[in-house]
Design a protein around this ligand. Structure first.
Ligand SMILES: C[S@@+](CC[C@H](N)C(=O)[O-])C[C@H]1O[C@@H](n2cnc3c(N)ncnc32)[C@H](O)[C@@H]1O
Length: 206
């Protein structure tokens, strides 16, 4: 049986949580907040008209902006309420309900590999406990051989950066670049956020 993600456990405890999350970001967008730092970094990494997988897309904040910048975006998220909001707010993208630990894009007719996977907004701290390596492995399998997987999450959320680096290796990936912010600040020992650019396999990197 599929293990629930930490996000689903949170939503089970508070069924309004997903709706609150959608409205929170809609309000911030309406107020003119800059919600596109992640999308700007990803946009700078890829050719024009790239293929982008938004892993744990939520209501489509990151992928929606990348689609508006001309990329072909597929977003996957386990929460149907958030995916419905992505469909409504960002019709430029394609949004699917699914668990990244069981990611099977071919089953949705998505056969071509991606140039980049973006996994932003603490998604890795919300996956089901014990599925981290499998999620990373499947994200790595979704990109071209020279594609990148970019993961961002905060410290103090039960997933230490050192454990993440071990899991990256166990998933057959390597850390090419480790940063503290989406605007490319260096990662320091006391950084409270990690943005890691991962590539396929090999013994190099962290
Ligand atoms: C804080 S939200 C971030 C949403 C979006 N990435 C953003 O930055 O706006 C975390 C998301 O991770 C998703 N998530 C967590 N584990 C997942 C999994 N195993 N498969 C798919 N989505 C997952 C949740 O459903 C939720 O939408």
């Amino acid at each position: 049986m599929r293990q629930p993600t930490r996000w689903e456990t949170r939503v089970d405890a508070d069924p309004q949580h997903s709706h609150w999350y959608v409205e929170r970001f809609r309000r911030m967008a309406a107020d003119g907040a800059d919600l596109h730092g992640e999308a700007r970094m990803i946009d700078a990494m890829v050719p024009r008209g790239a293929r982008v997988l938004d892993a744990g897309c939520g209501p489509g904040r990151v992928g929606g902006e990348l689609a508006r910048r001309g990329h072909t975006v597929v977003g996957v998220d386990v929460d149907p309420v958030l995916v419905a909001a992505a469909v409504e707010d960002h019709p430029e993208g394609r949004w699917l309900v699914g668990d990244l630990a069981e990611l099977d894009l071919a089953a949705h007719g998505v056969d071509e590999p991606f140039d980049v996977v973006v996994c932003a907004g603490n998604v890795m701290t919300f996956v089901a406990p014990g599925t981290e390596v499998e999620v990373l492995r499947r994200l790595g399998a979704a990109v071209r051989p020279d594609g990148r997987v970019v993961v961002g999450f905060g410290a103090g959320r039960g997933y230490p950066f050192a454990q993440f680096f071990d899991d990256v290796r166990a998933a057959g990936l390597r850390v090419d670049v480790a940063l503290a912010t989406w605007d490319l600040r260096a990662l320091e020992p006391d950084s409270d956020f990690l943005v890691a650019v991962l590539t396929a396999g090999g013994g190099r990197g962290r």
